[in-house]
Design a protein around this ligand. Sequence first.
Ligand code: ZN
Ligand code: ZN
Length: 471
Amino acid sequence: MIAKKAMGLPLKGLRLAIKSGDTLIQTAGTQALRFKTWFDDSKAGEVLNEQPSATRGYITDKSADASKQDSVSMNETIDIRELEFKKAPINWIPAAILIATPLAAAVVTPWYLMTHQVSAPVWGVFGAFMVWTGISITAGYHRLLSHRAYKAHPIVKNFLLLGSTLAVQGSAFDWVSGHRSHHRHVDDRLDDPYSAKRGFFFSHMGWMLRNYPSGRFDYKNIPDLTKDKVLQIQHKYYGLWVLAANVGLVAAVGWLIGDVWGTLVLAGLLRLVLTHHFTFFINSLCHITGTRPYTDTNTARDNFFLALFTWGEGYHNYHHFFQYDYRNGVKWWQYDPTKWLIAGLSKVGLTSELRTVDDTTIKHAEVQMQFKQAQQQIDTVKSGGLDITHAMQSFQDRIKFEFEAFTQTVEEWQALKAKAIEMKKTEFADRLHEVDENLKHEYAKIEEKIHAHNDNLKIAFRSIGYNNKAA
Ligand SMILES: [Zn+2]
Ligand SMILES: [Zn+2]
């Protein structure tokens, strides 16, 4: 997050307003929508969102007198936990797999390809297993189990579960528990299991090589999964499942197409290593490089190039802001094959209850972020001690004017939402359809206004020659 710097008087009001605008939206708008679906029908949500952050945090005794702890003892506790990180013992089995498989793939694959003829069906199976494994993690472990972004028919769920087992990324219990902790504590050095603040290597794979305190999952944040019989079996016999899928199943398919070893090398070993690192990119590179169109309160980035390797999960900034949306690439043109698969399956009844965030809320978050970026531009010029150019002065004035108008739109929007709730409570059932139609019309007007603010910001950014990719 870019630290806000001191700024001149004329924009102080705007700056405060942006800040209070954040609070307004956090409490009344975006935040409510982000968590709404989760709270609606999920006990797990209650556990997740109400669990005090100290549960896995700095203070072991989290009784009422936690507030009495002074900063010295807090620092000491953090130091002790940092020491635990330094002394964390090696996770022998994951470490052996994560180090041996890429080395083996780097040596065996080129040797095999140079000394053997590989048939088209073997390459076909390699491709199919790449897709199956990769998309099982994104559509299965991630969007279905971690975020409950949609519901799946048991056929789909079990197919994705088998694909996720092929991926060798831990049982569903471990994966989901860790991922929910990642969202809850994102970027926290002590509690985010793959915190980007500990650098590229740690967030990519280092976090699995040793038994770090942040990687010890107690499954308290997955009560919805621990009840599931199929997932219990997967967790209990995980090692056997991994071997059965990665050796037994792959070899059996190889036998069917007449090349067991070729299939084991390509659809087994090479596919496993590539899928591992493509998934790991989401935790490492997607927190390092790309744009932040929706929020700069965490390190998650949107990155089209990474979306190509991660089955659409490269739009990670959006995902961290609106995590229960079944889409990560939310615009229709964004490359997100996982969302296309989920949406496609819904057409034939194999998936249902796809959760989405409405377009106005999404656009609002983008515009809000653009105001922040505008403010940062102004701060940068001012803190550099440079004379404000005419163009910059007029940019500053435009932003101030636009922000006042935007605040008014947001207030109208909040009032409309309150009115909608009230009307639905008090109107007669036979008039509800009519009420809905009217509200739809009013919501569309708000959406239009937010789009107009967006367009005006684009023009303002262009006037100072600033290429705002998010705008
Ligand atoms: Zn992330
Ligand atoms: Zn997620």
